[in-house]
Design a protein around this ligand. Structure first.
Ligand code: ZN
Length: 311
């Protein structure tokens, strides 16, 4: 990571020198979001006022994102930076932020939005050992997959936009209100679908559907990974398969990035079916917006559990 940043830095410096004298770009706010879910919500609340890009792409494992020179350029020019937080982006954000040298978007500055600020995180570990590969040191960071997250994130994004562009406050507030209405409708159809899933049991590959399952009343019996970020061992898999058989668990929820051979092996040994879900916007067809992604999540779970009307 450091090497890459240093490697692109010299080219980047030349680039900045070459463009420094260029006229100021259009009057839009330049926003960089870490994940496309946040970029979508920035677009919803910011409308024509914003020009937003995302660092990660649909099928990536968010704990293993590679920083690219284009990310550095975007961050160096940004008026506003939006991250989920809870250590979700710890693999790539600190290095990029340091190298981008953009004071406006550093933590604590008006242009920095930690969109999970105030969120009550699940699975907070009693002790954290980085050596043990724990990639969830502040609790479960995958809060973007909670059906209520859209509203929570949008509130913090709205506040960030108002901070850096107070002249457009009423526009952001109006657009937020319109988005909140869309969320009202979406949340109502999701809770309708979720009603019949209470008490159902699933297994996951990575602990990223905890918030979703909590909201739906679905019980997660275990994960195929030994711990978040630690690949499975034969013993762990044998125990998990035994538990699944004992408890009659026939569903594995996995993300596009983790739909791998190990998942197939557990599924076939336990007689379970695999449900591939998005872990962020854009990885699967129909998930370009956050609401669209959550619709697909509910549709696929509904089809798998066989009990709910698909939205
Ligand atoms: Zn994770």
């Amino acid at each position: 990571m450091k090497k890459l940043i240093l490697g692109v830095l010299s080219a980047f410096t030349l680039f900045v020198a070459a463009t420094h004298a260029a006229p100021l770009p259009a009057d839009k706010l330049k926003v960089v979001a870490t994940i496309p879910d946040l970029a979508d919500i920035v677009r919803e609340v910011g409308g024509e006022r914003v020009d937003v890009s995302a660092i990660t792409k649909g099928r990536e494992n968010l704990h293993l994102v590679t920083a690219r020179p284009s990310h550095l350029v975007a961050l160096s020019r940004a008026d506003l930076f939006v991250q989920v937080g809870l250590s979700l982006e710890v693999a790539f954000v600190p290095g990029l932020m340091e190298a981008a040298r953009n004071r406006k978007i550093q933590p604590g500055q008006p242009g920095f939005v930690n969109a999970s600020e105030g969120w009550d995180a699940l699975d907070k570990p009693a002790t954290v050992s980085r050596q043990a590969g724990d990639v969830h040191p502040q609790g479960n960071p995958h809060m973007n997959l909670d059906p209520k997250a859209g509203r929570f994130l949008a509130e913090r994004i709205r506040d960030g936009l108002v901070r850096v562009d107070p002249g457009s406050k009423s526009e952001y507030e109006q657009r937020f209100a319109a988005y909140a209405k869309k969320l009202d409708d979406a949340e109502a159809r999701w809770s309708e679908a979720e009603k019949s899933w209470a008490g159902k049991k699933v297994v996951v590959y990575h602990q990223e559907y905890g918030y979703l399952c909590r909201a739906c009343g679905i019980e997660i019996l275990g994960a195929i990974e030994v711990k978040p970020g630690i690949p499975p061992t034969p013993n762990h898999l044998a125990e998990l398969i035994a538990t699944m058989k004992q408890q009659g668990c026939t569903t594995i929820l996995t993300a596009a990035w983790s739909n791998n051979d190990e998942v197939e092996r557990v599924a076939s040994a336990a007689g379970a079916k695999v449900v591939e879900l998005p872990n962020q916007c854009g990885g699967l067809s129909g998930t370009d917006t956050w609401i669209g992604m959550m619709d697909l999540v509910h549709k696929r779970i509904g089809e798998a559990l066989g009990t709910a009307k698909a939205p």
